[in-house]
Design a protein around this ligand. Structure first.
Ligand code: BGC
Length: 326
């Protein structure tokens, strides 16, 4: 197993990267803007240039690179089939594009899968198995981890928990399904849930915190408002949390998890979101009277994505696919 790797986390606004040791220590890190408007070749040039600069700055050899990216990721052949963050990319052989430029093997996996690997091995999931980790932000991603290893499924598509339908006749989702979990629990549903219950008015905490500019409203601001007792903000988190609880019931009924880890920006709302989720789990999970899995917040913060991608790349199972080995 490699003892060092570069991890890259391709997000919707930024690409974070870091050089990681096998014990998870970050040796060096950096960030560039996401080339969301670029075609894949040009984007690969930008990412490779930043990665090469970071490696040169750290002055160490990097035997392998791990890349996490949202969407349908073919882990075996290193393909981004589709990604919500990179609308121009279809069937993009990202691992090969980067490997060719950097002269280093590249492993690719889903962004939430990468975060989950890091949390399971170094964060809130240490000593627990199986674990399901969810990343809640604009969308919801997830992963099943057993004994520290991510279940990628046949192709790399496992863990798309945000697209588990919890309302068969619910609103349509961009993925083609209806009533997906991420339509009830992501960033926008929490904002919309607040605005649908109250009028935007001077004197309300969210109005004052955004100087009246509704476009600046975020779940973080609503969490602050909830902390000051705003009942509409509390209500919006409550409804989102209950829907999250429905999703968690389905997941533990399927996998019998030891622990749920909730990460991503929205998870910072803490118990505002997680308490209602735990309550629903406690009322509805089939094994509730025997074992109720804890629902805990992720511990690693914004570095989890690139740390997990690097740890995944270091795994010794790597090497079968010649296509992405230079
Ligand atoms: C995507 C996932 C991704 C998640 C978080 C979802 O909408 O389907 O692939 O992991 O967002 O970025």
């Amino acid at each position: 197993m490699a003892t060092r790797a570069l991890g890259i986390d391709i997000g919707g606004t930024g690409i974070k990267m870091g050089l990681i040791r096998s014990d998870g220590k970050v040796i060096a890190s950096g960030e560039i803007r996401s080339p969301t408007d670029c075609q894949p070749e040009e984007a690969a040039d930008l990412i490779a240039r930043a990665a090469a600069a970071l490696i040169a700055e750290a002055g160490v050899a990097v035997p392998v690179i791990g890349v996490g990216c949202a969407g349908l990721i073919g882990t075996k052949r290193g393909i981004v089939h589709t990604s919500p963050n990179l609308p121009r990319w279809h069937e993009t052989p990202l691992a090969a594009l980067l490997a060719r430029r950097l002269g280093t093997p590249v492993r690719l996996l889903n962004d939430a899968n990468a975060c989950a690997v890091a949390e399971a091995r170094l964060g809130a999931g240490v000593g627990r198995s199986p674990v399901i980790a969810l990343t809640i932000g604009t969308g919801i991603g997830g992963a099943v981890i057993t004994n520290g290893r991510v279940v990628t499924g046949r192709n790399g598509f496992a863990g798309e928990v945000g697209h588990m339908s919890i309302q068969a006749d619910g609103p349509p989702c961009a993925c083609g399904n209806r009533g997906c979990l991420e339509l009830f629990v992501g960033k926008q549903p929490i904002i919309d849930g607040y605005l649908s219950e109250t009028t935007w008015h001077i004197g309300s905490v969210p109005y004052e915190l955004t100087s009246g500019d509704q476009k600046r409203l975020t779940p973080q601001i609503l969490a602050m408002a909830a902390g000051k007792g705003d009942k509409f903000a509390i209500g919006s988190f409550q409804r989102a949390g209950e829907m999250l609880g429905v999703g968690l019931c389905n997941l533990t009924n399927l996998i019998d998890v030891d622990c749920f880890i909730i990460g991503g920006g929205i998870a910072q709302a803490g118990d505002l979101l997680l308490k209602p989720a735990r309550d629903v789990l406690g009322q509805q999970a089939i094994a509730r009277d025997v074992f109720l899995p804890p629902v805990v917040q992720a511990e690693l913060g914004v570095e989890a994505g690139f740390v997990g991608a690097a740890l995944f790349a270091m795994e010794d199972s790597w090497g079968a696919d010649r296509e992405v080995n230079p």
